[in-house]
Design a protein around this ligand. Structure first.
Ligand code: GLU
Length: 290
């Protein structure tokens, strides 16, 4: 089967260095495999969305020489697909309405378990919908991080799949889209490693194929904290892509060509030099010097 990878940013801010590493990493693995690399904007959470961020991220990727194959997919335009998947789960008795608040669940570590609601049903307001989480350990092999396992009940509990406002949870939309877009391999940051068991569980419930997974080490700041779009981390500069692109490649463990003067040229040589086995596995290993 032809390799199909993707980069799926949420438009919650400008592209920062941590996201650039995930974009470059997923691009390199896809191109190395002779496959496609698709772009998907995960704009299913309007309250967290920053106006203009989606366009800004796409323009920045373009300036960095990271061009997707085929049209960009926007999750905001795919409600019907998520609705259909949700209905299927509902018919199978895998989801249930829930009126519990965060405060209700606080004594239980914030987790909802065993389909057991603490708050009574309240027909006067809309419920959230949760996915039943079995006491089951999901095992999979991450192409970079090695064998993984996670007990769904212990780690995640009954997760919200449709929010009170009617918004879809990332896990559902991601699983539906990865399958619909024919994604064979997911390469993304290690902050999503613990979402993978939930996603595999959903794939099994919905009879969808499970892609390969590869989780890249997270870029940490000088204090060892995760760089994220919500934290104060500097956006990369689309007007001067080469320095950040060199740094991203070095971070990933890919030899960089000092002579390249354009992002496309730098990426082309990186693609030639790239060996998946040389990918850096942990944030704690020092990055090679530029
Ligand atoms: N939209 C997610 C993010 O920006 C990534 C989702 C994924 O790669 O599965 O963090």
């Amino acid at each position: 089967m032809r390799y199909r990878g993707r980069f799926a940013p949420s438009p919650t801010g400008a592209l920062h260095f941590g996201s650039l590493v995930a974009a470059v990493g997923s691009w390199l693995v896809a191109r190395h495999a002779g496959g496609d690399w698709l772009l998907r904007v995960e704009d299913i959470d309007p309250p967290r969305e920053v106006p203009g961020a989606a366009g800004g991220i796409l323009a920045t990727l373009d300036a960095f020489g990271l061009h997707g194959d085929g049209p960009v997919v926007y999750q905001s335009q795919r409600q019907a697909l998520y609705e259909a998947a949700f209905e299927r789960l509902r018919e199978a008795g895998q989801v249930f309405p829930c009126w519990c608040s965060r405060a209700d669940l606080a004594p239980y570590g914030g987790l909802h378990r065993d389909g057991h609601c603490i708050a009574p049903p309240d027909p006067s307001r809309p419920p959230a919908w949760r996915l039943r989480s079995p006491d089951e350990t999901v095992r999979w092999n991450d192409d970079l991080q090695g064998p993984q396992e996670e007990n769904l009940r212990e780690v995640a509990g009954d997760v919200v799949i449709r929010r009170v406002e009617g918004l879809w949870a990332y896990q559902l939309a991601c699983v539906v889209d990865d399958a619909d877009q024919g994604i064979t391999h997911v390469v993304r940051g290690a902050d999503l490693l613990d979402s993978t068991a939930r996603q595999i569980h959903l794939q099994r419930l919905l009879d969808l194929p499970t892609p390969g997974y590869l989780h890249l080490p997270l870029v940490l700041d000088a204090e060892g904290r995760k760089l994220s779009k919500s934290a104060a981390s500097l956006p990369v500069d689309p007007a001067d892509p080469l320095p950040a692109l060199r740094q991203a490649l070095a971070w990933l463990g890919v030899a960089v060509d000092r002579g390249a003067t354009m992002p496309d040229g730098l990426l082309a040589t990186a693609q030639e030099a790239f060996k998946p086995a040389a990918l850096r596995r942990s944030s704690l290993t020092p990055a090679p010097a530029l």
